[in-house]
Design a binder for this molecule. Sequence first.
Ligand SMILES: C[S@@+](CC[C@H](N)C(=O)[O-])C[C@H]1O[C@@H](n2cnc3c(N)ncnc32)[C@H](O)[C@@H]1O
Length: 280
Amino acid sequence: MAGRALRFRRAISRSRLAPFAAFPYRMIKVARYDLRVFRSSVRWLVTSREHHNYTYDLTALNREHLAWFVSDVCNVPVGHVREWMAELEADDQLRKHIENTTAASARRGLADRRVRYARRAGWYAMVRALKPAHVVETGTDKGLGTCVIAAALLRNTAEGHPGRVTSLDINPEAGYLTKAEPWASVIELLIGDSVTALAALPEPVDIFLHDSDHSSGHERREFAAVEPRLAKDAIVLTDNVTKTDVLLRHAEATGRRFLAFKEQPARHWYPGDGIGAAWR
Ligand SMILES: C[S@@+](CC[C@H](N)C(=O)[O-])C[C@H]1O[C@@H](n2cnc3c(N)ncnc32)[C@H](O)[C@@H]1O
């Protein structure tokens, strides 16, 4: 019986009817996928308040991909990267600060209370691995990434490797999470256009992160503006790697290597962002 069904399927697959015969099967496949996205979209519409710069957890497998990505880019054992990522998750002081400040902020109606770092755990681990003296982030928004970077810098400082982060945003209301100690002690928040501010930065930059205006033109102008300010072994990161080829082209033009990590959010409709890295 089974053999007859198999022969029938083989005959159909070779006939001109194959596309029609396969149609219901293909439709079920795509409908199952779309239903999963639809369910997580409805859940998100009801449970989240965010309207941009979404936060979410990564799948367990994706966190492993992130750990291996950081390990490759920073040339450190993956076990250390896992420990640093766990260190961030276990930082209750930072988590409580973000929860409480968000709940008290004027923008609380448009922010979720639960703290979810996603790719920012990769930024944290990179700062722990490379012990930079100066990190520059363009695009502060609430200051979630800035605080994550500051927390890594504070741990480095306690281990004898001091560093600070300059965060740039065009919005005068940006950065409400960055004002509290101990994180504020290593954060400098500059308000203004990032390209103009980058051209005026006084000291060398060890890690540069683009996360501001995500148009290709602006991203390109930021890399051009920061290039003369970069330390010899500086690493250049972008939050825009799933949308543009600007960093990979910049890497090639400046003799750097390039690698991209793509997020896989857990239980969220958003397809995720990523981290692009260019380094020598
Ligand atoms: C995606 S958010 C930054 C997210 C943040 N890095 C984080 O970790 O959550 C983008 C930010 O870039 C800022 N921005 C847009 N255009 C800018 C510009 N020309 N110069 C500086 N900041 C800009 C916006 O005001 C916004 O706060």
